[in-house]
Structure formats: structure tokens, C-alpha cells
Design a protein. Sequence first.
Length: 326
Amino acid sequence: MINSKIIKMIQLLTHYVRRLLDSYRDTIRVIKHFDLIKLNGKLIILKILIIRFFYSFSFIRNFKKISYKSEKLKSKFFLEKEINLFKDIKQIDEIGYSKTYTINESLKKEFLKMVFSCKDLDFKKLNLDASEIMKKNNEDINQYFSRLKQKKVSKVIGYLDLKKDTILRDFLTSNEMLTFVKNYLNSDIASITASFFISNPVTIGEKDKYSNAQYFHWDNDFKKFLKLYIYLTDVDHESGPHLYVEKSHKFKKKEHRLCRLFSDSNIYQNYDNIKEFNGKAGSSFFVDSYGLHKGKEPKKNSRILLNIHFGSDKIFYTPNDIIVKL
């Protein structure tokens, strides 16, 4: 009979080999999808592979601590006029997500304009051209959603240009935002990517649900990173809210340490505290997306979400990204 210790060693070795193979597979996929060599040079292959493998281990990723500062930030962008830096950063570090803030009305309108005028769309998952996907000038938002649903478009992904002088760039590089990010990343630099998702209640198959990130997963794009999600439409239980498994950025069960996609039943059977983010248009929240999360499949209403990515390294994922000093 094989010794139980040997069996455990074989199982552990097998698990590590699977993680290494997953890391290699994802590195190749990401390099090709975003054309990272063109944006960053050939060394990006090694950098991404190191991140994908070594920083898939929670103890390595969590080795870099956050910076606790007992101060409050005055805000000109959120309806909440003051951000408690110490309390809010600590909450993300402990459970993986922040409280929900609300951007002001003028900011929300400007962001919607940028979304509807964006021509840098991800056509890899669509068989339509830009004229069929972009909102027309004579359409209101409900007519636009209706047209997308008629064309069976379940999701539109676009990338916003941060190199241009826009209100979005002002917002993301403001003192209040970068101070917040610096304290969580505990870094002197940050790469910033801005994209948006328009999700529609369209019946789709399993393949599309996978590509739409509507299965639970975790991200591994930087050694440490923080995401800011902003709802630009009202989001309730039927509108595809964001779901997050509390504290999974600190600990995942062994089977969920592989960089895979996981079903709802799998996750709900293994974890108790799963946060569902609902809120009015303008609702905004930070998450450490190394934790398990997903966008819920919309059942009744369409949803527009801004997805802002702050990473503690110099990596361009799109030509629109910027790198800032913190």
C-alpha cells in the first residue's frame, strides 16, 4: 500500500504542475489577445509568466502590505464629500471590497458620453461592425439597448483613451484617487486601464457566458492591483450586478486556486459570504479582484459598467493606458 504521505506529495505536486500549466496557457492567451509584445516589448512574456504563476499564490501576493494612514480625503467627485482613508483601505484589505460611493451627476453624464462615443471596441467576440454596435445620435438609451438585444448582442466591451485630456483622466489621476490607490498598492507607480462593459439580457450559450466573465473567476494581471467599478445605469438583482466572494483575496480553497472558471453551484457550496452590489447609476466601489468574483448574467435590464484597473507595475494592456507616479 502506498504511504499516505507519498499520495499527498503526489497530489500537491500535481496541483503545482496544473498551476504552472494554467499560468503558461493564460500568459500566451493574454499576450496574443492584447498584443502585449507590441505594447511592452518581448520581456513582457517573462513578466506576465512570473505574475501568472508566482503571484497566483496568496501568501506571495499578500506579502506586500497596504499602507495605513489615518487621514481623511476631501472629495470633489463623489457625493460623499469625505473619504475615510484609514477605514476604507482597511476594509478592502480585510474583506476584499470597499463601501459604495456615488459619483456626482455631471461626472456620470460625461462618462456616459465617453462610452457612447467610443470607437475602440473589442470586435474579437462580435460579428458586427462599429456602426451596428455604437449608439446612434437619434436613439435614447432604452432604444439603444433594445436594438442591441434585437441583434442578440449580449456584451459590448470598449477601451477608453486615458492619454487624452478628459474628465475621466482628471478623475482617475486626481489627488484623492491616487492617494487612495497608493495606500492600497503600497507602490510608487501604477498602470491605469479604463474599459467599459455593456451587458444585455440576451439568452446565450455556455461558451458566451464563459467569455462574458459570467462564471466566478479571479484576476491575476499585476503583482498587486485594485479595481474601481462604476455603474452608469441602475443595477438591481435582475440587471447583472457584480458578485464578490468575501475574503477570497486572502484565502481560496485548494480547487479554486487554479486560474479557472467556476460554476455558481460550486462557489455557493464552498463559501458563505457572497456580496451582491446593487445600486443606482453612479454607484462606485473598489475591489481587489484577485478575490473570486463575476458579473451576474442580466435577466431583465441592461447594464453599463466602467471597469478601472490600477496595477502596481509598468504594463500596458491597451494603447490607451497610462502609467502614473503615486
